[in-house]
Design a protein around this ligand. Sequence first.
Ligand code: TRP
Length: 329
Amino acid sequence: MKRNRLSITVLIIVIFLIGSFFVEKKETVKEKMPTVGVLQFVSHPALDQIYKGIQAGLKEKGYEDGKNMTIAFQNGQADQSKLTTMSQQLVQEKKSDVLIGIATPAAQALANTTSEIPIVLGAITDPVSAGLVKNNQKPGGNITGVSDKSPVDAQFDLVTKILPKSKKIGILYASSEENSKYQVEEAKKVAETKGLTVKTFAVPSSNEIAQTVQVMTSEVDVIYIPTDNTIANAMQTVVSEADKTKTPIIPSVDTMVEQGGVATVGINQFDLGVQTGKMAGAILSGEAKPATTPIYTFKTGDIIINQKQADRLGISIPEDIQSKAKIID
Ligand code: TRP
């Protein structure tokens, strides 16, 4: 009898202990739901697509906002001081486990705030010249991610094929954007090899865009736009000014073709985001470390054509290009 009672007591204690272990474990899991801090430089269609892709990429890796991780999202609205305070918030208040910077200025603000928390670059044109990593193959620090370096060579090939008479290319970009400076240098080199001449038009801010485009339309045959956030954000203005003289625009990405560019060879913006999200997921789960994860670059882009805009400007797209292209109406 006595032994029986003793073993029942022991059994109850054991059950209680096991039970409390599970309860505790569940609580710690809840407490430790990881946070992904996302800082987007500004809103324009390309960056908005990238953010959507990031969420899809994280999901592919098993992380869903509100279920087993939290996304703390901030948009800097192209304001440098906002980017700084938001970076601090994501680090200090939100205690992010992984940070994602969408566009160069956002990634730079995060990098200035922490050298410990992993940072994943969301579509940064050139991480090396932006001072974010020393080496694309071996980043070495707390930063890795995705580069959206444009296929400039293929883009200029496209210009020579669909606009064979256009020899003078004007490049429109914002002087404040380091990512654009890199691409402008690339474009100058590539243009020379294709018998095109390049003239650059840097705007100090978005206020000068309309006037600058007016000047461009009288001086060049075609307007080329790199992956420049300031210009992407003012694409409507660029298109309406260029339309007045029927000057075609060759931008660098699909979303800017949709907004009134004629055509491009571009990297899908959503796909860029998916890749960024997958890398963040792999770092979150411990599968990968920034220091030893090379920067991911896309090798090719898709041909995108805005048929309506081509028709409006009287540009006929050769059959062999049309058959390979994604047509936007
Ligand atoms: N590459 C840009 C940067 O480093 C960001 C970017 C991604 C972008 N996609 C774009 C800019 C499309 C303009 C248009 O800041």
